[in-house]
Design a protein around this ligand. Structure first.
Ligand code: FPP
Length: 236
């Protein structure tokens, strides 16, 4: 039997169900153009909708985006302020198109860090589509993989025994598919505290391309390479 994606004539069969993206390189993109770093983040936001829309069209069920790590809050105040302001101004327009395309937008991380107007925006976006059968865009905001694991352990312990199942039920991603693939742009080869529990068997893809320049063409090549990789999950 043909897979869903192959029968739709999409670029690759065996499409990953869930892709995580570490969108790195905005600052360097701006510096190369003698622009302030905030301009790089603005260019980075503009690239989210085309990349995510393409993936959803190809049949990917869930895309997780690392938009603001807990560690990012330690950057100089003007950069943190510009990132928070970008979220304030661009979150709704950016997600509107994805929601119109049928996606459900969810968030991972500790949103209480953000000013109350931003927290309200996050809740509003979350409430726009709650249909569990929709494809999902999961935006990690003030997110730390280690904190997520710790939080899940605490919540599971409050309810009883900590087991793999009880812990996984408390992860932000408890109702999302397995994380099949992680892409990191911007040249660094590390996970930087992104979805550490979920990454156990993810296929990792790294590219030197800076996030604002990352496009469909490169994504298509990565999807084709993903299909060609043999995933054994520790077995033979
Ligand atoms: C890494 O680039 C990127 C970030 C720290 C932020 C990514 C955020 C966005 C693309 C926008 C999020 C906004 C919304 C509305 C969801 P870097 O600054 O570390 O780049 P560098 O490594 O070149 O310095």
């Amino acid at each position: 039997m043909k897979s869903d994606s192959a029968s739709k004539g999409n670029v690759v069969s065996n499409i990953p169900k869930h892709i995580g993206i570490i969108m790195d390189g905005n600052g360097r993109w701006a510096t190369k153009r003698l622009l302030p770093r905030a301009a790089g983040h603005r260019a980075g936001v503009k690239n989210i909708t085309p990349v995510v829309s393409y993936l959803l069209e190809e049949g990917v069920k869930c895309v997780s985006l690392y938009a603001f790590s807990t560690e990012n809050s330690g950057r100089p105040k003007d950069e943190v302020d510009s990132l928070v302001d970008l979220i304030r101004k661009r979150l709704k327009p950016m997600t509107r198109e994805l929601i119109e395309r049928g996606a459900r937008v969810v968030f991972s991380g500790d949103r209480t860090y953000f000013p109350t107007d931003v927290q309200k925006l996050i809740s509003e976006v979350e409430g726009e589509n709650t249909d569990p059968s929709s494809s999902v865009v999961n935006i990690a905001l003030n997110y730390s993989g280690r904190s997520e694991i710790l939080r899940a352990c605490r919540l599971a312990a409050e309810k009883g025994e900590i087991t793999a199942d009880s812990l996984e039920r408390e992860l932000f991603t408890h109702d999302l598919p397995e994380l099949d693939m992680i892409i990191r742009t911007g040249g660094e080869k590390r996970l930087s505290n992104f979805m550490l529990y979920q990454a156990a068997y993810s296929e990792l893809f790294f590219t030197d391309t800076l996030w604002p320049d990352f496009d469909k063409k490169e994504l298509k090549t990565m999807l084709e390479e993903y299909t060609a990789r043999s995933r054994r999950f520790g077995k033979l």
